[in-house]
Design a protein around this ligand. Structure first.
Ligand SMILES: O=C(O)CCC(=O)C(=O)O
Ligand SMILES: [Fe+2]
Length: 335
């Protein structure tokens, strides 16, 4: 039976206790930082436990740059197909690069979006390169718009910094030392997708199309979604199985947790199902940044979570192996 979709307010959490620089002049934060950190960590803990999704403010990523990445993404997708296909994932490693409409699949249905994917660059002696595996290649940067690479690389630095701050808050919220996760994240195998969504109605005569992006959980650690102002596109499933809209709120990121945090917390935190159903007439752009563990990181249930429930609900996972399994089922490439 189809579920209803309605607008619902996901928690909005201010992370400035973790992000505000010591010299930014906000005396209130500087004076009360330890206490504010604990309050913030508690809010994040509750959001991760209860919904797995929240909005983030106070993140210190300049608005100008998060708007710019959306605009540059939009400009790129307006190029003609021939130009875009010059960056096809088939040129490289079947993961880094451009995927045209319908090339992404979720549960055997084509997703109605096109995308450009970037991953952490790797060296020639990386395990992936030596074993000729997917992800072994180089990122394929568009030459037009000309400032694309430079802006997205700056954005990546901001997002890695933010990812590590949110993970400090998560560590505190779980009763761990603030820097606990650093050992697993200091060489984060991040992923950044630039996604373009034509209206869903443009897919009507195409075979096996599902929705704009089929329902899924994210497979890593934390996702920071930068979405344009299109209404009603991103939907999140509540514990009750109802689909609610995660509308654009200017100046925020939508943050959700991925499967690795579900393993780390032995199911205390949920990686929540979400999907995109873009019914408006405009061309929608979103840029999710996936802040992920190191490729070699071994993820297994954490002691504070086992103190609550000693039954281990997950076997240890090596993040890179998990990633390769996921990447190999994502695309259906036709020439
Ligand atoms: O475009 C969006 O709003 C969400 C995309 C998404 O969930 C994903 O790429 O994992
Ligand atoms: Fe997602």
């Amino acid at each position: 039976m189809p579920s209803l979709s309605k607008t619902f307010n996901l928690p909005i959490i201010d992370i400035s206790a973790f992000t505000a620089p010591d010299d930014d002049g906000d005396d209130e934060i500087i004076k009360n930082r330890p206490e504010l950190k604990i309050q913030t960590a508690k809010k994040i803990h509750e959001a991760c436990r209860d919904v797995g999704f929240f909005y983030l403010t106070g993140h210190n990523v300049p608005r100008e740059i998060s708007d710019q990445v959306l605009n540059l993404g939009n400009e790129f997708f307006q190029l003609d197909d021939k130009e875009k296909m010059k960056l096809s994932i088939a040129n490289e490693d079947m993961a880094r690069g451009y995927q045209r409409l319908g090339e992404n699949v979720t549960r055997y249905q084509k997703d109605w979006h096109e995308a450009l994917d970037f991953y952490k660059p790797i060296s020639r002696d990386h395990y992936l390169a030596k074993n000729n595996l997917p992800l072994r290649g180089q990122n394929q940067w568009p030459t037009y718009p000309t400032e694309f690479q430079q802006v997205f690389e700056r954005y990546t630095e901001h997002m890695k910094e933010l990812g590590s701050k949110v993970m400090s808050a998560i560590a505190l919220g779980l009763g761990l030392e603030e820097n606990y996760f650093e050992q697993f994240l200091d060489d984060s195998f991040w992923v950044m997708r630039v996604i373009g969504y034509p209206p869903l109605k443009s897919a009507e005569s195409t075979n096996r199309v599902g929705i704009s992006c089929g329902e899924h959980t994210d497979y890593g650690c934390l996702t920071f979604l930068n979405q344009d102002s299109t209404k009603g596109a991103l939907q999140v499933q509540t514990k009750e199985g109802e689909w609610i809209n995660a509308e654009h709120i200017p100046g925020t990121f939508v943050v959700n947790i991925g499967d690795m945090l579900n393993v780390w917390t032995n199911n205390v935190y949920k990686s929540t199902l979400h999907r995109v159903v873009h019914k408006e007439n405009n061309y929608r752009v979103s840029v999710p940044f996936f802040y992920e563990p190191n490729f070699e990181a071994k993820i297994e249930p954490l002691q504070p979570c086992l103190d609550i429930d000693p039954i281990k609900h997950h076997e240890p996972v090596i993040y890179g192996e998990h990633l390769l399994r996921k990447v190999s089922t994502n695309f259906e490439v036709t020439s």
